[in-house]
Design a protein around this ligand. Structure first.
Ligand SMILES: *Cc1c(COP(=O)(O)O)cnc(C)c1O
Length: 228
């Protein structure tokens, strides 16, 4: 896509999504120049699902020898896909938000790497809400266990900000709505006591339904950057 198209698409998405809903521009598979175009148009959070690609783009935009203006102080990188434990160390120095935490062992590793970088890392816990078994995420009972461990102070360098979920890929809008509602119910249950503020649900194809059902963070790729 041409840069001007990306800016136009970003502006359209930003105008359609309610102002109090954060838009993460999902730039996976797209070049660094696409990130720059969306940034110029106003995007500040960028989502990637592969660590190597995320690190590569981060370095391209910040490295002093990159020849780029390296002037993106408020750009935040979001890791949105499944994250392997052994890759956490590569993103720990700079990642803004990790969306898809779905096992306690990953929290152990994120805490360790955050401490080594003298920072706190913000994460979302991914819940399994789809009918499809292929989609990842915690069950409610696994969530309960994690919240107990969290409360006992097990991961002092991790800040859980809320929940993330992906609905079934289906034309059945009622089903998608039901899945998002289930996640919202859990979010509402814990947000007060635990100080959560982020409910990440909705992509290009289903963000309207997600926002109608309480999402305050949508992850939008193809509607901004074109098909992958
Ligand atoms: C790719 C991806 C998105 C964006 O998908 P689009 O349909 O292109 O908007 C959102 N969330 C996750 C976890 C993804 O992997």
């Amino acid at each position: 896509m041409e840069g001007s198209d990306i800016a136009k698409q970003w502006n359209e998405v930003r105008a359609q999504v309610p102002a109090d809903v954060h838009v993460v521009a999902v730039s996976k598979t797209k070049p660094v120049s696409a990130v720059e175009q969306a940034y110029s148009a106003g995007a500040r959070s960028f989502g990637e699902n592969r660590v190597q690609e995320l690190v590569g783009k981060h370095e391209a935009l910040t490295h002093p020898d990159s020849g780029r203006p390296s002037d993106y102080p408020d750009l935040s990188w979001h890791q949105i896909g499944t994250l392997q434990k052994n890759k956490v160390k590569y993103i720990a120095p700079f990642v803004g938000l990790i969306h898809a935490v779905e096992q306690p062992a990953l929290l152990d590793e994120i805490d360790k790497r955050a401490a080594a970088n003298k920072r706190t890392i913000s994460v979302l816990l991914q819940l399994h809400i789809a009918q499809e078994s292929s989609k990842f995420g915690l069950s409610e009972s696994e969530l309960t266990v994690i919240l107990e461990q969290l409360e006992s102070g097990l991961w002092p360098h991790v800040e859980v900000k809320g929940l993330m979920g992906m609905a079934t890929f289906t034309d059945d809008r009622a089903q998608v709505a039901r899945e998002f509602q289930g996640l919202r119910k859990l979010f509402d249950q814990f947000k007060g006591p635990l100080g959560w503020d982020t409910l990440s649900m909705g992509m290009s194809g289903d963000w309207h339904i997600a926002v109608d059902n309480g999402s305050n963070m949508v992850r939008i790729g193809s509607s901004i950057f074109g098909q992958r």
